[in-house]
Design a protein around this ligand. Structure first.
Ligand code: F6R
Length: 586
């Protein structure tokens, strides 16, 4: 959460590069944004705004060094004063920060007693004043920054900018940060996608590392000493894949990319899938963990492994796994799913699992991410950058991997491949013929609640579908196991309440149909999603039977429904309120 960007180099276009960088990082938080840039005339230019960056531009002036920030508020409301960058009392230090300084209240009251004046309610501002204070008795900025690190607690990434010296110090503990190296220039960003338009040479900082950037170049320090050489690596993806192109929104672009991504997984990932299946086969027990959409993919995984491979795989929500890991052993396998590879609830759980010497297999979309670097074995989703806050293509890519791994374990890979290809053809059709879903959204937009029901693996799909609809349309949407509704929640059904039923022709079919009758008897508007129509449905959406892979087209319908509901309500589906992609705070 929060995006930070820095530029130092020989270009005179620091301002526009920083702003472009922030636009790329805005998915990480869009409560406010701001920049601090040293103009070539020697003055420090600070500009801050609340709200999204949109098409904002900065006044044009030559500059070759500066920092920027896009905020997801944690401490302190959404105000100009709370927007980053923050400065010290002398305005000789400007900082941008991602994370939470957990002990900021103590530090703040101490600094106030020492005469520092605070302008914001944020935890971040203490960093600028603390650097100022430490610099009074220590002129070596490396030592100042090392002391700063030992004073602040929590998971943080900071760029401290010293305009007079024209230097940056970047420290990291927990929150992600990456440095990029171009021709006589360096970039710093929360995420490599903002650096890729300039260079593919990147270095992902590890916890407790610090980078100094100045006119003398780059120096990397670990906890104790200077590291002789910074080992930059070359990233594979292109800047183009992170652009919206002709699509109105990233969400629609990413929904539309799914057939290609899934076909690519089927065609190119067989070796990786086999390796992952072997890890699971040889493990004492496997624990799938993920948060949000990834958690619903994990839940679907437990059904898929059970049904296809006759294998019990455990599942825990990422943020809960820390309280559930006591049983892990050396040969346990933790299988972590995370699009960003940076979700803090996953990272902290995984750290605990590693302390118990469990093996870590990860499935992430982000090569070089924290999770990727921590893992013993990696699978990459190869879904390309996911920019819309609501995850779509990463979800179906995760399901495709889990589905094929389960078939590999069962020795039925070819059958899995066949059904998955059928599901891919089906989603191509759904995406091409999306106008019917658009019309449905127009009818549903004024309802206060939507329920989505399914049994078995379709229950996992119902949970993900409800999340997709609620997060972008703000309509209360709930997914339920179709058999559970009558145990209480059916009380919420009113005349006209839309109830979507995922009803594939599998062993759940007849029982799910009973649920359809039960809600219809209470006045619900029943929307059946199935390969077989029934008179109980008020609206029928036909989806081919693709075996257990049918959850993929089912969820794609919900993705499109969520997207069109957001448009009907005049909302921005790419940046829903209160959310940010890549949740790096607890
Ligand atoms: C919902 C959504 C979130 C993420 C969750 C985990 O559409 O995107 O629920 O799935 O924050 O993110 P990753 O997969 O990056 O760990």
């Amino acid at each position: 959460m929060c995006g930070i960007f820095g530029y130092i180099g020989t270009s005179k276009r620091a301002g526009s590069m920083i702003l472009e960088g922030l636009k790329m990082l805005e998915y990480r938080g869009y409560d406010s944004w701001g920049v601090a840039i040293k103009k070539d005339d020697g003055s420090l230019y600070i500009e801050k705004h609340i709200g999204k960056i949109g098409t904002a531009s900065l006044p044009s002036f030559p500059a070759h060094i500066g920092i920027g920030h896009t905020r997801w508020a944690t401490h302190g409301g959404v105000t100009n004063e709370n927007a980053h960058p923050h400065t010290d009392c002398t305005k000789k230090i400007a900082i941008v920060h991602n994370g939470i300084v957990e002990n900021f209240e103590d530090l703040k009251s101490d600094l106030k007693k020492k005469g520092h004046t605070f302008k914001s309610e944020t935890d971040s501002e203490v960093i600028a004043h603390l650097i100022e204070e430490l610099n009074k008795s220590e002129s070596d900025l490396v030592k100042v920054m090392q002391k700063l690190r030992s004073h602040i607690t929590g998971l943080n990434a900071v760029i401290a900018f010293f305009p007079e010296d024209e230097s940056f110090y970047i420290i990291k503990n927990g929150s992600p940060i990456v440095a990029g190296k171009g021709e006589k220039e360096y970039f710093i960003a929360s995420d490599a996608s903002a650096i890729i338009p300039h260079t593919k040479q990147v270095y992902f900082l590890e916890d407790n590392e610090m980078i100094e950037l100045s006119k003398d170049g780059i120096r990397l320090f670990n906890k104790k000493a200077i590291v002789q050489k910074v080992a930059f690596t070359t990233l594979e993806y292109t800047a183009k894949s992170a652009e919206k192109g002709t699509f109105a929104h990233f969400m629609l672009k990413e929904i539309s990319e799914q057939p290609t991504i899934l076909r690519n997984i089927i065609d190119s990932q067989k070796t990786e899938i086999k390796k992952a299946a072997d890890k699971i086969k040889n493990a004492y027990g496997t624990y799938l963990i993920g948060c949000g959409t990834a958690s619903y993919a994990c839940l679907a995984g437990t059904y898929l492994f059970s049904k296809i491979a006759l294998r019990h795989i455990n599942f825990a929500i990422g943020s809960e796994f820390s309280y559930l890991h006591d049983f892990l052993k050396e040969n346990s396998l933790v299988f972590a799913l995370s699009q960003s590879g940076e979700t803090i609830d996953i990272i902290s759980s995984v750290k605990k699992a590693k302390e118990k010497k469990a093996q870590l297999l990860s499935l992430t979309n982000s090569q070089g991410s924290s999770l990727y670097r921590m893992s013993d074995h990696n699978l990459l989703l190869h879904a390309g950058p996911e920019k819309a806050v609501a995850s779509t293509k990463a979800y179906t890519a995760k399901i495709s991997f889990l589905y094929l791994i389960a078939h590999q374990l069962a020795g039925t890979f070819e059958k899995g491949r066949f059904n998955l290809l059928k599901a891919v053809d089906e989603i191509s059709q759904i995406i091409q013929n999306k106008t019917s879903i658009k019309s449905l959204a127009a009818k549903m937009k004024d309802h206060k609640s939507i329920f989505i029901l399914g049994r078995g693996v379709s229950y996992a799909a119902a949970l993900e579908s409800a999340l997709k609809i609620k997060e972008v349309s703000y309509i209360h949407a709930e997914g339920f196991a179709a058999g559970e509704l009558k145990h209480g929640v059916i009380a919420l059904i009113e005349k006209g309440t839309p109830v979507i039923l995922f009803n594939p022709e599998d062993e759940t079919y007849e029982d799910t149909l009973s649920a359809a009758h039960e809600v219809r008897a209470r006045g619900a508007h029943v929307i059946g999603v199935s390969s077989k129509n029934d008179k109980v449905y008020d609206t029928f959406i036909e989806v081919a039977n693709c075996g257990n892979a049918t959850i993929i087209p089912n969820v794609v319908i919900a993705q499109l429904l969520g997207y069109f509901l957001a448009l009907e309500k005049g909302l921005d589906p790419d940046k829903p309120r209160n959310l940010a992609k890549s949740v790096t705070v607890k």
